[in-house]
Structure formats: structure tokens, C-alpha cells
Write a protein that binds this ligand. Structure first.
Ligand code: SAH
Ligand code: SF4
Ligand code: F3S
Length: 471
């Protein structure tokens, strides 16, 4: 069932010209995960037929904030940005529509309009396909509109075809929502229950992305490896089977999937890393903590030993496999021994990349009410110690690439004249200066072997094997 709530207490001028042919400007501000970045592209797709064209500045006919609720500070960004935009709207005599989308919209709903009554539209993460009718409702009623319902239909089935032109590296959402209910996390509440798109829709979208130049496709989902959907043969497919089908599209050179949960890292998916050559040897696998007591309190439903077994099995399947992960430090009840166990796991696994944060209390999640909250200063001290180690590991991983030769997918020009830039199999930016080739010999989508000559903390430099290009 869908519900649209309107608030009529606020009267306001008509913001947007009704003339459908008129060109209207649109500015989307995106925070949060790759799913939000993908959703923002899709919102632009929905609004394009209404005459909206994206502009780089926030002095636009419509400004959408696509928000993240994962940590307190992520959510706070919205209200300070809204405060700034209010002045821009006033300077335009009110002729601006301000919309709040994404996970804060989903979680806070009417509270946003209470704190910022000049917001015109609050649209939850599952209602983007309804944007045209919601905008029409704002214009007709001259009142703010909220839609944060979880409709019965999947938004993906109702969004127009992707027209975003993402370039050589493209994201494709295949799964949304989460049924895991980790005790710290808002995602099951902001994104709803796990839903998988059918294989046919995913393959069709992949082909459209390829036709517009994509050579690398990253499959997105909040729990992407829990994906299971209707296959082309009508049977239930696993992610491993879907990856095999996508690998049959000749123009696709590289495949990835993110974010995975250790619970769903099945044997068939591990085996796919052995047999599917297009699957990149890099996996983001959040572990959160190296202590079983904390993993239990987090309701992660896997153990440290279980995580270790997955890493070993993947390294056995592909010896060049590298890993990134997420960590939460200072989860309620975390003792010094628990933290030491996390440090020990990090030393043992050696991550190529990692994201780590102190625990942030999220009202409405079970852990928010736990008695044993860790003092913020102590959590911060532990986080700094962990981040020192993770930074050293990232630098060591980058340095270890020097002298290696691997295929780089080029995405465009580098920062300085004559440079071309791309991505390594491990997502590191790679820059090649002075290729000695004619301009344009290497363009977005070119995949060719590069020998890595030096490493910076966040990027690599390399040279191109000339015969490779001539061939
Ligand atoms: N679905 C993914 C990650 C989703 S959120 C998974 O299961 O791992 C991305 C990351 O944000 C999480 O991995 C976690 O490390 C972090 N995170 C989530 N809630 C948090 C909170 N309340 N405080 C601090 N970090 C949090
Ligand atoms: Fe959040 Fe856990 Fe679901 Fe990941 S698996 S989205 S951390 S509840
Ligand atoms: Fe943030 Fe929502 Fe993504 S809370 S991390 S934008 S799913």
C-alpha cells in the first residue's frame, strides 16, 4: 500500500513553471553509499523527461539532498546544508523546490518538515519512481509532501531505463534492503526488506551500460551476496550463477559485487572466484570486529574463525585475491581484550583497504539502549591505533604492486597534460604519464597491461607495454 501524506499548514508560492517544455535546472547532492550514488543517477533519469537538466551549482529550480543515516554525523550534514540553502531559496523569492531523499528522509519523515518547514518534498528511498506525481502534488497543493511508504511494487520495475552514461566503470543495483538486523545498523529500517531484481532485468541493464561504454560493472546491493533471483531459465539463481551469465557479455571486461556479508559468502560464490576470470581479485567483506563476543552482541551471526575460513578459501581459489573491510570501534561492551582481538585479526589478514569508524548510537536500533556504552574518548583512541595499522597495510599493499604487470582499465585523462588514468584490478587509481602513443590511442574503456613503476599512498604510477597496444 502506498501512502502520501500532505501537510497543508504551510502556504507557499508556486515554485516551478508549469510549462512542460521549459528547461528547469536540477542539482542533486549525494551522501552515503554507492547505492545512494546509483539512486541519484536514477532520480535524474526520472526527472529528465520533465525538462530537468542537472547543473553544478545549488542555485537551481530543484535541489535534492540524497541523504545517509548510517552514523549521527552523516545525518547532521543534512540540517546544516538545508540551513545554507534556505538563504538561496529566499534570494530566489521562494522559487525553488527543495527535496530531501534517501535514508534520512526514510527515517525522519515529518521531523524534517518540522525542523525545516521550507523543505517542499520528503521522498523515501523506495519512492523515486513516484517523483513526477509527488512534484505535481507539491505544485497543485502548494504544500509540502511526504512519501516514505514502502510500496508493494519494486521501484526498479518502475524506473525508466538507465540513461546516466556512467562511463567505463558503471554501477548496477541488483539487490536492495536487508533482513540481517545487526544491532547497530539503521539500514533494515531505511531500506526495508531484502529484494532481488530478476536476472533478465539485470542482464538487460548491463547490456545498455555496455552499449554506452561500460567495460567494468560493479553489482550493488546492501547485501549483494544474498542476491537470489529468477534466472533466465525460470529457476532460482545464486549470485555466482548471475556473475557467470554476465561474464558471457563479450564487452564486459571486469565484474565486481559489493557489499557482501560473511554469512552469505557461500561455497559456490567462492568457487566463482576460481572459475570466472572476469571477476576481479578484490572483495569488500565487512567484519566489524575481531572479537566473537562483540560479533554476537552485534548480531552478525558469524564468528571470527568463520571469517578467517572465508578469507583462506578465497585466497586458495585466487592467490592474488586482496580484501577490504569495515570496522566499528567502541561498540557497547567492547573491552580492551576485544579491541586487541580486532587488531590481531587485522595483522593476520592484511587488508588492502578499510573503512573504520567509532560506533555511533542510532536511536531505534537495539544497541542504542545497551548499558555498557564505551566512552567516546576511549573509542577514539582505539580507532586511531587501528587506523594507523590499516594505513600502514594500505601503503604496504600499494608498494607491493611495484614491478607487477596487470591490466588497467582506463577511464580518461589524468590531472596533468599527457597523463592517462585508470583503475587497477584492486580499484587503485593508476596514472600513466607520457605513453609515447598518439593522443586518443588510449581512451575511456581501453584495457591494457601496465607495469607499475611506483606507488603513492592512494595511487600507482605505471608504464605501458607498447607492443600490447600495437597488437
Ligand atoms: N551491508 C553492509 C554494510 C552497510 S553499512 C554490511 O553488512 O557490512 C556500511 C558500514 O557502516 C558498516 O559495515 C559498518 O561498519 C558501518 N556502520 C553501520 N552502522 C554503524 C553505526 N551505528 N556506527 C558506526 N558505524 C556503522
Ligand atoms: Fe546493516 Fe548488518 Fe544489514 Fe549490513 S548486514 S546493512 S550492517 S544490518
Ligand atoms: Fe547511508 Fe542509507 Fe547507504 S544509511 S550507507 S545511504 S543505505
Amino acid at each position: 500500500m502506498t501512502e502520501t501524506t500532505t501537510r497543508t499548514a504551510i502556504t507557499r508560492p508556486v515554485f516551478v513553471r508549469h510549462d512542460d517544455a521549459a528547461l528547469r535546472t536540477l542539482h542533486i547532492v549525494t551522501w552515503g553509499c554507492q547505492m545512494n550514488a546509483y539512486d541519484s543517477l536514477r532520480m535524474a533519469d526520472v526527472l529528465r523527461p520533465m525538462g530537468y537538466r542537472e547543473v553544478a551549482t545549488d542555485d537551481a529550480d530543484m535541489v535534492i539532498f540524497n541523504t545517509c543515516h548510517i552514523r549521527e554525523r552523516a545525518a547532521d550534514k543534512l540540517f546544516s546544508a538545508l540551513g545554507r540553502l534556505r538563504a538561496v531559496k529566499e534570494a530566489r523569492g521562494g522559487r525553488m523546490m527543495i527535496a530531501v531523499a534517501g535514508c534520512v528522509a526514510q527515517a525522519e519523515g515529518a521531523e524534517i518538515l518540522r525542523r525545516a518547514p521550507y523543505v517542499d518534498l520528503v521522498v523515501g528511498s523506495q519512492a523515486y519512481h513516484k517523483l513526477p506525481e509527488l512534484i505535481a502534488a507539491v505544485e497543485a497543493k502548494r504544500a509540502s509532501v511526504i512519501d516514505t511508504a514502502f510500496p508493494a511494487e519494486q521501484k526498479f520495475d518502475f524506473l525508466p531505463e538507465d540513461q546516466s552514461g556512467q562511463g567505463a566503470i558503471a554501477n548496477l543495483a541488483i539487490q536492495e534492503g536487508c533482513d540481517k538486523f545487526c544491532t547497530f545498523c539503521v539500514v533494515p529500517y531505511t531500506r526495508g526488506a531484502e529484494q532481488s531484481r530478476p536476472a533478465a532485468a539485470i542482464i538487460a541493464e548491463a547490456k545498455r551500460l555496455v552499449a554506452r561504454g561500460a567495460r567494468e560493472i560493479a553489482l550493488l546491493g546492501q547485501n549483494v551476496n544474498a542476491w537470489h533471483g529468477e534466472g533466465l531459465d525460470g529457476r532460482d539463481w545464486s549470485l555466482a550463477r548471475l556473475l557467470d551469465a554476465l561474464a558471457e557479455i563479450p564487452e564486459i571486461g571486469r565484474l565486481r559485487y559489493t557489499t557482501s556479508h560473511p554469512r552469505d559468502m557461500g561455497d559456490d560464490l567462492i568457487a566463482a572466484h576460481r572459475r570466472n576470470a572476469k571477476l576481479m581479485p578484490f572483495l569488500h567483506l565487512p567484519v566489524q570486529s575481531g572479537s566473537d563476543a562483540i560479533l554476537t552482541a552485534m548480531n552478525r551471526r558469524h564468528t571470527v574463525a568463520g571469517f578467517r575460513r572465508i578469507i583462506e578459501a578465497l585466497r586458495a581459489a585466487r592467490p592474488d585475491m586482496a580484501f577490504s573491510s569495515d570496522f566499528i570501534i567502541g561498540f557497547p561492551g567492547e573491552t580492551d581484550a576485544d579491541f586487541r582481538a580486532t587488531m590481531a585479526l587485522v595483522r593476520e589478514v592484511e587488508f588492502a583497504l578499510a573503512y573504520s569508524f567509532t560506533y555511533s548510537r542510532r536511536p531505534g536500533t537495539p544497541a542504542a539502549d545497551a548499558a555498557a556504552q564505551v566512552a567516546p574518548a576511549l573509542a577514539h583512541e582505539r580507532l586511531m591505533e587501528l587506523q594507523d595499522l590499516l594505513r600502514d597495510q594500505q601503503h604496504a599493499f600499494n608498494r607491493a604492486q611495484v614491478g607487477r604487470r596487470f591490466e588497467v582499465l582506463f577511464t580518461g585523462a589524468g590531472r596533468y597534460p599527457g597523463q592517462v588514468a585508470g583503475r587497477s584490478p584492486y580499484l587503485q587509481p593508476v596514472v600513466v604519464a607520457g605513453t609515447g602513443l598518439a593522443d586518443g590511442a588510449i581512451g575511456p574503456g581501453t584495457m591494457t597491461e601496465v607495469t607499475i613503476t611506483s606507488a603513492n599512498p592512494n595511487s600507482l604510477m605505471g608504464t605501458i607495454n607498447q607492443e600490447q597496444i600495437a597488437a
